[in-house]
Design a protein around this ligand. Structure first.
Ligand SMILES: *[C@@H]1O[C@H](CO)[C@@H](O)[C@H](O)[C@H]1NC(C)=O
Ligand SMILES: *[C@@H]1O[C@H](CO)[C@@H](O)[C@H](O)[C@H]1NC(C)=O
Length: 240
């Protein structure tokens, strides 16, 4: 059962009148809001809209740096921001006045809310958030949630058959357990971006692409989606 705003208001007014002399809790609209949003929140279930549509998770992948490329093993160590955006209708509020002051956004630890289980499928290592203890999700009053994870990634590239100095390096992401009827991935949060990219001497990015693939497995009637970001690189260490 969902708490109504009225119920919350009377609760919070009573609470404030009775206890304001003792506790100064009412002075913290963000804390009130947090309690209002999360008290009955089930973070294990996805924010399924009433019409049963899939939760749309929009992705961005900002490749910032190639830390290391081994031209023998073709292992690529890179640094990127993985950006995810979705909407959780349970995390909405009226930002104009009321018990929550004018709070427009909250910054919550991802572990407090439902977060899509997007994984790097072709990682040699799981992708490592650079500062896991400091990560917060930005939650807006509309229920839009933005989670940007700076990560270290390790993947393996595929050599170009015609030219050994060239290779294609893919970063493949998917929701680990949700099928396409539950979580739908798209490129709506920036897609593949190089706006923060710092070049590495001896490595040139020749091209790039982003693809959304769907695939059916024996288990299930719904397709599973994955998103593949690719870069074509050329390695040139003649001047080393
Ligand atoms: C749910 O999906 C249907 C069919 O794709 C679409 O017409 C409708 O607008 C969707 N509803 C919401 C709330 O997005
Ligand atoms: C990525 O691809 C787009 C579209 O083809 C192109 O405009 C852009 O310059 C490419 N960026 C890099 C770093 O190769």
């Amino acid at each position: 059962m969902r708490k109504t705003m009225e119920g919350f208001l009377s609760y919070s007014i009573c609470f404030c009148v009775l206890f304001s002399a003792v506790v100064a809790k009412c002075d913290y609209p963000e804390a009130n809001l947090l309690k209002f949003l999360l008290d009955d929140y089930e973070k294990s279930v996805r924010p399924v809209p009433k019409d049963g549509n899939a939760t749309v998770v929009s992705m961005g992948f900002s490749l910032n740096h190639i830390d290391d490329y081994d031209s023998d093993s073709m292992d690529l160590k890179s640094n990127a921001w993985l950006s995810l955006k979705w909407n959780d209708p349970r995390l909405t509020w009226n930002k104009d006045g009321g018990p929550f002051g004018n709070v427009k956004a909250l910054h919550l630890p991802p572990s407090d809310i439902w977060v899509p289980d997007v994984v790097l499928l072709n990682g040699l290592q799981p992708f490592q958030p650079q500062f896991p203890d400091r990560l917060t999700a930005l939650v807006k009053d509309t229920g839009d949630i933005y989670l940007i994870t700076p990560s270290a990634l390790e993947t393996r590239c595929i050599p170009d058959k015609a030219d050994g100095d060239k290779a294609t390096c893919r970063f493949k992401f998917m929701s680990w357990t949700y099928d396409g009827g539950e979580v739908e991935l798209d490129l709506g949060f920036g897609g593949l971006s190089f706006s923060e990219y710092k070049p590495t001497p001896g490595l040139t990015i020749l091209g790039n692409s982003s693809n959304i693939n769907s695939r059916f497995y024996d288990c299930c009637p719904e397709p599973y989606y994955d998103i593949e970001f690719s870069i074509n690189i050329e390695h040139n260490d003649k001047d080393k």
